[in-house]
Design a protein around this ligand. Structure first.
Ligand code: NAP
Length: 309
């Protein structure tokens, strides 16, 4: 079996050495933009070039080194019938739960206020948190959203969840579908986006959504930059609809110098680090699936390319 590694890592051996160790039966190649076809059976990719699918005509499946496959589905020449397999959790959901919890606590536990007091040498105790004032709403109840929702529910936050289809998550009130989005939003103050980027979800975080949230709203975006209508967030902040935001993903990454977000103290910016791809867990999952697929066994995580996730 031939496996082709296609990601712009200047040190591809960091990946190919463990792939060979985990999958000794495979012949492992690194993508060479100028080289001939290697007739790979499987490709492990991150943001591959369009030439990959022109050149490699024997592929049986392509494995994405991430959970979001919006970038891969946009690559020209991706054959419509080629199975695309996304990463399923692989250590990302716990990181995301930590990140969201941290951003929630910044708001609900008034950490900025205490940091400011420290700068001024002030010892002052504010009133304790009332959990009823901080209902959280998680958009997307997949591998990531469910873990985020459960983590916050375990800490006795009131948690709402919204997805395309019905879900039952212990301790979480759930809604499904566009028709019920309004009810979910009006029950929510802290909005957490963990949706995949699809034609249906692009630009979903807009002024209309922000204006339906409870007063003093907080927006945490860990999905994709294109979910957020940036000028609508700024307007919602100027109008007092949204009090603060934590943004990990942006329409343009790195966030350009001079972008208005840099100047807003109510916005916390992180450089797409809320859930990193962990090499060991990722390669263990992918190589297991390659072996199963090669033996004709069913594998999970195959993307429905029509649905877009
Ligand atoms: P997933 O398991 O596929 O879950 C996606 C969830 O979104 C599902 O619950 C799905 O509903 C829901 N959904 C999709 N389209 C919807 C729509 N139109 N309306 C309402 N709900 C919709 O994906 P995941 O593994 O949780 O990952 C989610 C996303 O997180 C990724 O696609 C990626 O963009 C992002 N991500 C970001 C980072 C980062 O570092 N910032 C890292 C990893 C992932 P159903 O359950 O009903 O199908």
């Amino acid at each position: 079996m031939k496996v082709l590694f296609v990601a712009g890592d200047p040190k591809p051996e960091r990946w190919t050495v463990p792939i060979k160790a985990l999958l000794p039966e495979a012949d492992v190649h690194v993508w060479n933009p100028d080289g001939p076809a290697v007739d790979a059976d499987y490709a492990i990719v991150w943001q591959p070039p369009a030439e990959l699918f022109q050149r490699e005509r024997q592929l049986k499946a392509v494995f994405n080194l991430g959970a979001g496959i919006d970038g891969l589905l946009a690559v020209p020449n991706l054959p419509a019938d080629l199975p695309v397999v996304r990463l399923e959790d692989a250590g990302m959901s716990v990181q995301m739960a930590e990140y969201v919890l941290h951003q929630l606590l910044e708001a609900s536990r008034e950490m900025e206020k205490y940091r400011e007091q420290q700068r001024q040498g002030v010892w002052k105790i504010h009133r304790p948190i009332k959990r009823s004032e901080w209902p959280v709403g998680v958009m997307g109840l997949g591998h990531i959203g469910k873990r985020v929702a459960r983590t916050l529910a375990d800490l006795d936050y009131q948690v709402n969840g919204w997805a395309r289809s019905e879900h039952a998550v212990e301790g979480v009130t759930t809604w499904a579908g566009q028709d019920n989005l309004g009810e979910f939003l009006s029950a929510t103050r802290v909005l957490v986006n963990t949706l995949p980027l699809t034609d249906e979800t692009r630009n979903i975080l807009d002024y209309d959504v922000f204006s339906q949230l409870q007063p003093g709203a907080v927006v945490i975006n860990v999905g994709r930059g294109e979910h957020l209508v940036e000028e609508d967030l700024l307007k919602a902040m100027d109008d007092g609809q949204v009090a603060r935001a934590a943004l990990d993903v942006f329409r343009t990454e790195p966030l350009p110098a001079g972008h208005p977000f840099w100047q807003r103290p109510e916005i916390t910016i992180t450089p797409h680090i809320s859930a990193r791809t962990l090499r060991d867990a990722t390669l263990a999952q992918i190589t297991d699936k390659i072996r199963d697929h090669a033996h004709g066994k069913p594998i999970s995580g195959v993307v429905d390319t029509n649905r877009g996730y």
